[in-house]
Ligand binder design. Structure first.
Ligand code: SF4
Ligand code: FES
Length: 144
């Protein structure tokens, strides 16, 4: 399997949306939040010109896998990128547990990782990147 990191770019003025297909866990939060921008059946599937920069930033911060990120030319727009948030937990139907907020996650080796924004935890048991979801729930048709 190729280890190449493929990152696709979609530009809207000062903001460029970056999408890394390998990281996408198909939680479809992007499609639900900004359907005018994200349409999996269209080409290109991301049309950033259909939303404001603030709308794009707010939505990209909710992408649970960090498959979506952004680059901005104007530094002021970067300001809020690392702000910590209140904790919120959502159970995705047939998918992961989404936890929003700043999390300190200790893995089984005792290493601590800090996650901001939204983190997706595997509920189906099939992820090879536990405790995180890697999209495997789709492949096994997880129901729950
Ligand atoms: S993981 Fe991110 S890019 Fe992939 S479908 Fe979900 S919100 Fe969209
Ligand atoms: S819930 Fe997504 S891989 Fe298990």
């Amino acid at each position: 399997m190729s280890e190449n990191r493929i990152i696709k770019k979609y530009k809207n003025g000062e903001l460029t949306v970056l999408w890394e297909p390998k990281k996408c866990i198909h939680a479809a939060i992007c499609v639900e939040t900004l359907p005018k921008v994200y349409d999996p059946n269209a080409k290109p599937w991301i049309k950033p010109e259909n939303a404001s920069i603030q709308e794009l930033k707010a939505q990209i911060d909710k992408c649970p896998s960090s498959a979506l990120t952004y680059e901005v030319e104007n530094l002021e727009l970067n300001e809020n990128k690392n702000i910590s948030m209140k904790t919120k937990v959502d159970v995705m139907e047939n998918g992961p547990l989404l936890v929003q907020g700043t999390l300190h996650i200790k893995n089984i080796n005792g290493e601590v990782e800090i996650k901001n924004k939204t983190t997706a935890f595997c509920r189906c048991g099939a992820s090879v990147n536990k405790p995180y979801c890697d999209g495997a729930h789709k492949k096994i048709d997880f129901v729950g």
